[in-house]
Design a protein around this ligand. Structure first.
Ligand SMILES: [Fe+2]
Length: 194
């Protein structure tokens, strides 16, 4: 059964790129999912033990190296599913391939998936209640880098159409840097100035 009692923990790897990983868990059964295991996998392990969690899933926003270097290590702790978009390069190694706007319930968490191509072809964002995990698509005051202008325009359009409509109060947790909100980005992010 999907639940709305959950916790979110941000874990930032101590590297130059400072990738953010996120641990989210169901407060009723202690089952957890991990978003983008970067180099802080050992730190994640400490939290999993400290909070007595059972990791049941890895959710990947995209498969750029800095965001996935911890996948194999975490996967060795126990069996769990790894989720990625089906068109993402390298996604064949994932155990569950996703499409746009599908719903997941790992550990009873109620998660909606949004496909935001641009920074990478199969870039995903994950919504849990009022929390949106945006990887390298929407960042505080910026957006993810893209290979060309066409991908950039596509990314901007997808963020406007799919993420901005979720509501100004939605808390945004990017793959790098500080958290923000949809409202702040909608009105103050220079890439969305009209
Ligand atoms: Fe990236």
């Amino acid at each position: 059964m999907a639940v709305d009692r959950y916790e979110v923990k941000k874990l930032t790897s101590p590297t130059v790129a400072s990738v953010n990983s996120y641990l989210i868990w169901n407060l009723d059964n202690r089952q957890a999912a991990l978003i983008d295991p970067g180099r802080g996998a050992e730190l994640i392990h400490d939290y999993v033990r400290e909070f007595e969690l059972q990791l049941t899933a890895i959710l990947l926003t995209h498969l750029h190296t800095a965001h996935i270097v911890g996948v194999d290590l975490v996967r060795n702790w126990e069996r769990m599913d790894v989720y990625a978009h089906r068109v993402e390069k390298g996604a064949a190694g994932a155990s569950v391939l996703l499409d746009d706007e599908c719903c997941l319930n790992p550990g009873g968490l109620r998660i909606t998936v949004f496909w935001i191509p641009g920074h990478s072809p199969g870039h995903l964002c994950y919504l849990l209640g009022g929390h949106l995990f945006t990887g390298d698509s929407l960042l505080a005051g910026s957006v993810g880098s893209t290979a060309d202008g066409e991908d950039h325009c596509r990314q901007i359009r997808q963020i406007r159409d799919k993420l901005f409509r979720l509501g100004d109060d939605i808390r945004v947790w990017p793959g790098h840097g500080p958290s923000t909100t949809i409202g702040i980005e909608k009105y103050f992010n220079p890439w969305f100035a009209v």
